[in-house]
Design a protein around this ligand. Structure first.
Ligand SMILES: [Zn+2]
Length: 317
């Protein structure tokens, strides 16, 4: 059985964007409680997320962006960044640094053999954060920071990022648009937020889905677009932007997936990791705003990671 790490930090609960904001601390309680209820948490390797360093953040963000986020902490109350939904409170910086650091720790754990795969239960999410701007609840691009760490610190040359959040990860595309060492596969409701232009590159796989697309359409689209591209790319590490807001109960969007679909995509990605990356996979929480659906979906995702296929070692001594 694979050894799965669960990476989080209490500071991620301290980010308070305001009473009526959907990206709320209770999301992490919902994830953890679902894992507890289903008896999964006790089998995981619990690791604390360290804060990301400025040097790690600046592999994917401009120094000016990192300085801007650092300087935007309000003395009290809330401070809106680029858009009115992307909010900093007194403790948001700590949460954002831990969220980005979780991916660093996940990559370390799987690269150094402390875990086979990892799930990072963190907030704020990251995939809308571009190289030089915060947006869509995201300050730092957590999964991009993790990918850059794998490329730079561990000298990998092929990292795949699979993003099944209901929103397109414009930030991740912005950061890796001209870096073919990263295969970025994103499925997303379309047309929908953020509705930024998509670059056409061989290493950017866009899978737009019409509103009300359900599991069969989602699975067929990923089998058509993602799996062949990943098998051609042969990633040395698979990263996942695990947003669960494509769930049919989610209040922010209009796709009709359920937890079985999230289990299916997790199995498919774990199989890619097994074929090409020694099973190495690091998943990071992105969206998911209906708390019961988020808990069930994250539990379905983690259950598959715990039972992912063993590393394929045939042909090696
Ligand atoms: Zn989302």
């Amino acid at each position: 059985m694979p050894y799965t790490a669960y990476i989080s930090h209490p500071d991620c609960l301290l980010h308070d964007p305001g009473r009526h904001h959907p990206e709320r601390p209770g999301r992490l309680h919902a994830v953890r409680n679902a894992l507890l209820d289903e008896g999964l948490l006790e089998g995981l390797c619990l690791l604390d997320a360290p804060p990301a360093t400025d040097a790690q953040l600046q592999r994917v963000h401009t120094a000016a962006h990192v300085a801007h986020i650092r300087a935007s902490t309000p003395a009290s109350g809330h401070q809106a960044l680029l858009d009115p939904d992307t909010i900093m409170g007194e403790h948001t910086l700590q949460a954002a640094l831990r969220a980005a650091g979780a991916g660093i720790e996940g990559v370390r754990a799987v690269m150094e053999g402390d875990a086979d795969n990892a799930f990072c239960a963190v907030r704020p999410p990251g995939h809308h954060a571009e190289r030089a701007r915060a947006m869509g609840f995201c300050l730092f691009n957590n999964v991009a920071v993790a990918a850059a760490h794998a490329l730079e610190h561990y000298a990998l040359s092929r990292v795949a990022i699979a993003d099944f959040d209901v929103h397109h990860g414009n930030g991740t595309e912005d950061i890796f648009r001209d870096d073919p060492r990263v295969l970025y596969c994103s499925s997303f409701q379309h047309p929908y937020y953020p509705d930024t232009p998509h670059a056409e590159r061989d290493h950017l796989i866009h899978t737009p889905l019409a509103a009300r697309t359900a599991g069969a359409g989602f699975r067929a689209a990923l089998e058509r677009d993602w799996i062949p591209a990943m098998d051609r790319f042969m990633p040395e590490l698979v990263l996942v932007s695990a947003g669960f807001d494509a769930h049919r109960d989610d209040p922010l969007a209009s796709l009709n997936l359920d937890e079985d679909d999230f289990a299916w995509v997790t199995r498919a990605l774990a199989a890619v990791a097994s074929r090409h990356a020694g099973g190495r996979l690091v998943s990071m929480l992105e969206g998911g705003y209906d708390l019961p659906a988020l808990g069930l979906s994250a539990a379905a995702h983690v259950r598959v990671l715990c039972c992912a296929p063993e590393r394929q070692t045939s042909g090696r001594p």
